[in-house]
Design a protein. Sequence first.
Length: 451
Amino acid sequence: MPSNPVAETVASLMPTARTELTELVAFRSVADFDQFPKSESEGAANWVADALRTEGFQDVALLDTPDGTQSVYGYLPGPEGAKTVLLYAHYDVQPPLDEAGWTSPPFELTERDGRWYGRGTADCKGGVIMHLLALRALKANGGVPVHVKVIAEGSEEQGTGGLERYAEEHPDLLRADTIIIGDAGNFRVGLPTVTSILRGMTMMRVRVDTLEGNLHSGQFGGAAPDALAALIRVLDSLRAEDGSTTVDGLDARSSWDGLTYEEEQFRKDAKVLSGVELIGSGSVADRIWARPAVTVLGIDCPPVVGATPSVQAGARALISLRVPPGIDAAEATKLLQAHLEAHTPWGAHVRIEQIGQGQPFSADTTSPAYTAMADAMAVAYPGQEMQYAGQGGSIPLCNTLAALYPQAEILLIGLSEPEARIHALNESVSPQELERLSVAEALFLQNYAGS
């Protein structure tokens, strides 16, 4: 990176950034309080609030959102008449899954092979640190030239919509001219990328019941309807032979006309085992950015160890459906529910519970803020031109903010490039990406203030 006062300041702050990210990662802030103590999330929220106060933020508050979690808000005033920029990240994280499968403890930041490992390092506690680094660099080089609002969500990973509902009830709180969502990622390490579309999401629990209680499989198997087998039939109906998602009535033919994602690169990024085929049809970008995709997230049934020779009376699954721009998530939810009901075999009783939903998002990439970001990234990533990509994940707040503030420009950047392995075992962040993106965000705020 060429000599630049902002870049030099960020580089000098990286040891502090590592210390702070270590502290923040140590909180087991999974917003599922049946699995992890609420005090862990509260501890992370207070850490973020204290960091904002230290940086001179005013009106710092822990917002009690309707889903029982807390989002952290703060306001840093800029020069009179300046524009207002909202910086978003979230401090809650996905569960660590099988902690024994981690090479190092998931809630202890550990450096290995030039990366920092730990749950939330990239998604999205690293985003909190990115915002802090950018603001500190500006304060050390003439000051922050815009009004800044920060919002750190406490339940993004759960999809329970607490912050969206809070924002709708307090429509002036997050109002801004431009919004930077720090929860996306570069297409690959070293390639500056702004995410221009997000798939939406709906999540459902489906329960199938066939008997009043389990039965001996030797005495009743062969005639007694097996609820687990019925559930497997239902789940299998959600995919075609090639693995494409098939929900009755849901269009799955859209295509992506932006950045190309080569199959071999995707196989490497996804760590697909040798000889295993990719699923679906069309280009990889079509499949992960432009088309709906269903995933079975979990099944409640007897584990193999300790299982008895029984016909199962009931079984349950958690299903996620990713919804691309152009499809209404509420309509997709109705179609998915109708499909599950229609494909439940043998007259089995089926109960469906919706537990989360978020609309897809598509950004206006022709806005002045995108020009300012492209210029900033050209400095932070010398020799590289900013790219536009999609993201298969969902950030439901984007649509809420777009609806509340239709004139606001929304940009999505972040640390979740493919090597980060977010939501999986051994999540990590590249400290070089943290440094470069912090520089890019700081330079963007300078560019945007003068635009």
